[in-house]
Design a protein around this ligand. Structure first.
Ligand SMILES: [Fe+2]
Ligand SMILES: [Fe+2]
Length: 292
């Protein structure tokens, strides 16, 4: 595998007035300006982002059309540590675990092709096309695993601690945690592919966000290799979400229970072709990359 090179980004200034209107509104709110008529979910996100001095500093530079000078992935790490962790630790640990699962899967594939792995009796894994992923493809997936749920800060934290099933109204609002990554990503100049993977992380299995943002990401969705990577991310996410410890669950669901009962239901639209990548990490008597 080719070596991953460290690449500096965010060294070029961008014209703030050319950014999306909602990105401009988010940036203004992060910088403490009063923004009238702003989407309530974006306003929540801005309030959480203001907890990071680094992000406020970087956003002021964006608003002045100055180069930020700090790589976007470092900025998102500040968002994770300064904003997400105090907001909702369970989501924080979910993202950490997702990143580890993805990293472990790619380590496993360093010396063998997917076709050489055990299919665990999964027909989809045997018959589907497995794309060769470059180190950039893998890095983008690892970044998306580490950052895809930052939009969870678009709500009051009580939203995520709801006991039992979400109401219909709450389920409709879920759209925004995926959609609003687009504006956070544009503000900090995140790679387009990482934005697309993050915004679309519920699209293959649940069909959201379904509120006007998909048309912009269509060029990604039309690429078979992108679909392959997106479905991989979604499969890990469904598994991770189901096996994570969550305060609203009486007990953690077991690996076997999730593989046998949850995944076939949740992945009905996508197929189970990526599940063997999870099974390959399973240790006897344990789950996969145990939740914190
Ligand atoms: Fe999500
Ligand atoms: Fe997630």
């Amino acid at each position: 595998m080719e070596a991953v090179k460290f690449v500096m980004n965010n060294q070029e200034p961008r014209d703030f007035s050319l950014l999306d209107q909602e990105t401009q509104a988010l940036a203004s709110a992060v910088c403490g300006h009063k923004v009238t008529g702003m989407n309530v979910h974006l306003a929540h996100l801005a309030k959480n982002l203001r907890k990071s001095e680094t992000i406020v500093w970087a956003t002021k530079r964006v608003m002045k059309s100055e180069a930020i000078g700090i790589n976007w992935e470092h900025l998102l790490n500040y968002v994770v540590e300064d904003c997400l962790k105090p907001f909702h630790e369970e989501t924080y640990w979910h993202l950490k675990r997702m990143h580890r699962i993805m990293t472990e899967q790619f380590k496993l594939l360093e010396h063998q092709k997917p076709e050489q792995l055990d299919d665990f009796g999964c027909q989809d894994f045997r018959t589907m096309e497995h794309f060769e992923l470059t180190s950039s493809d893998q890095q983008n997936l690892k970044w998306a695993a580490a950052f895809h749920d930052l939009g969870r800060m678009c709500y009051p934290v009580s939203f995520w601690n709801t006991k039992g099933a979400f109401s219909l109204k709450q389920r409709k609002q879920l759209d925004f945690h995926a959609r609003n990554f687009y504006f956070l990503g544009e503000m900090l100049n995140v790679y387009q592919e990482v934005i697309a993977l993050s915004v679309l992380h519920h699209w293959p299995n649940k069909g959201y966000p379904d509120n006007g943002i998909i048309a912009r990401l269509r060029p990604f969705l039309d690429q078979p290799k992108f679909q392959y990577t997106l479905n991989w991310l979604v499969t890990n996410d469904v598994y991770g979400g189901a096996t994570d410890r969550r305060s609203y669950r009486d007990h953690a669901w077991s690996h076997e229970q999730v593989i046998i009962e949850t995944m076939p239901k949740e992945m009905a639209r996508v197929g189970l072709g990526w599940v063997p990548f999870i099974q390959a990490l399973k240790q006897p008597g344990q789950g996969v990359v145990c939740p914190a």
